[in-house]
Design a protein around this ligand. Structure first.
Ligand SMILES: CC(=O)N[C@H](C=O)[C@@H](O)[C@H](O)[C@H](O)COP(=O)(O)O
Ligand SMILES: C=C(OP(=O)(O)O)C(=O)O
Length: 387
């Protein structure tokens, strides 16, 4: 008899490979809303299970691989900060390998899927060792082409978010997957603004992505307030849905406010079941008018569904704070000499302070020469390159 984790994986794979189009896979993104506390994380897993979610997700980072030294050492003055520096803050929120194993064992015990986003290469290796059912690549790494190339080569399903990116970058993600012969991945429409104003939700992008990449399953990772816009995302065609989850929206932490609490998550599950019952969930996308008719309209919903915005994938102004804080840059993987010709092994992709050339230019700068020497872990900037 298949175990429940086998069944959940089968459901996800059938959605990803488009064998199953009448289901929605719902991920409760615990992220860092556990406040650095294992027991809170376990309570959150239990609440997500009780609400009817299919999976819980954490965020795994190897801080020295994800951030440069200066990014870790910058002061983090925010009411949401858990340390004096950004590095101390992130360290406080990071679980160890043993804690991950405990959380995974607990999730297995109560029969809910368990995974995390891999925010750098060591974390990708870590999650592969942990044998998670799929790996999430968050928006911060959607332009991290070396990480995507490695992830694409592993025999494990991927769920890739596309916040803070242009269509050109999404095309490149699809090219990387195709070159690796990987057809077990989904793309998540996402806007990395916390919370996302309804006007910027651009739900028509879901239909645009479905048309542009017809063989790829499209999902939605939302950061707006409440559940209504996520309901509309599902009717528009999202078949994997991720929302941040919290036990209390008023807690300290950057993500609580735009998270769903247990009662909202229960309501979202109820809506999904109702949509299934009414046969609204199929392989096609419902039009904005159909969605408004089903959900009953309202200004915010209409703003989220408006045509036009969804045609072009651009980096929105509301995403700039997140791109500035967590967007990845190209940095030196070792000390580099003046006039040296840049090889792939000379480069690393990290969150850098100050930032450097954005990660999506990685393939463009290989083969170019440097005007200046660059120290290991320092960002590479346009003015360092000999044109
Ligand atoms: C882009 C990305 O990684 N976003 C994640 C997923 O949505 C977020 O959970 C961030 O980790 C969080 O908002 C960061 O908050 P702070 O900077 O306070 O640790
Ligand atoms: C950053 C993440 O998600 P998203 O980009 O979908 O918000 C994540 O899952 O770690």
């Amino acid at each position: 008899m298949a175990s429940s984790s086998d069944r959940l994986l089968k459901m996800l794979l059938e959605i990803i490979t488009k064998k199953e189009c009448n289901e929605v896979y719902l991920i409760a993104e615990i992220g860092q809303n556990h406040q650095g506390c294992l027991e809170t994380a376990k309570s959150m897993i239990l609440e997500a299970k009780k609400a009817g979610c299919n999976c819980v997700k954490f965020q795994k980072s190897d801080l020295k691989a994800k951030f440069t030294r200066s990014a870790l050492n910058r002061t983090y003055e925010s009411k949401h900060s858990w340390g004096k520096t950004y590095g101390e803050h992130k360290e406080f929120l990071e679980f160890s390998k043993e804690q991950y194993q405990q959380l995974q064992a607990y999730s297995n015990e109560i029969k809910i899927g368990f995974t995390a986003s891999a925010m750098d290469e060591p974390s990708l290796d870590f999650l592969v060792d942990l044998k998670v059912p799929f790996i999430k690549i968050g928006s911060g790494d959607a332009n991290n082409f070396p990480l995507l190339t490695k992830a694409a080569s592993l025999n494990i399903p991927l769920v890739i978010s596309t916040g803070m990116q242009t269509m050109q970058t999404v095309d490149k993600i699809v090219e990387i997957m195709e070159q690796a012969g990987n057809n077990q991945y989904a793309l998540m429409h996402c806007v990395s603004a916390y919370p996302t104003p309804p006007n910027d939700c651009n739900l028509q992008m879901i239909a645009t992505l479905m048309q542009r990449y017809p063989t790829v399953t499209i999902g939605y990772s939302g950061h707006e307030l409440g559940i209504r816009i996520t309901e509309a995302a599902i009717l528009t065609g999202a078949r994997i849905v991720e929302r941040h989850f919290t036990l209390d929206k008023n807690q300290k932490g950057s993500d609580h406010r735009c998270s769903l609490d247990p009662s909202e998550m229960c309501s979202l599950v109820r809506c999904i079941n109702e949509f299934k019952h009414n046969a609204y969930i199929s392989s096609s996308s419902l039009s904005a008018d159909q969605v408004v008719t089903i959900l009953g309209g309202g200004k915010q919903l209409e703003q989220a569904l408006q045509e036009g915005n969804g045609k072009y994938k651009v980096i929105l102004e509301s995403e700039l704070p997140c791109r500035h804080k967590l967007g990845k840059s190209i940095v030196a993987a070792r000390n580099l000499e003046v006039r040296q010709q840049i090889q792939a092994t000379d480069l690393a992709i990290k969150v850098s302070e100050p930032s450097g050339i954005p990660a999506e230019k990685y393939f463009d700068i290989i083969g170019m020469r440097l005007k200046d020497s660059v120290y290991e872990d320092e960002p590479i900037t346009e003015n360092m390159l000999i044109p």
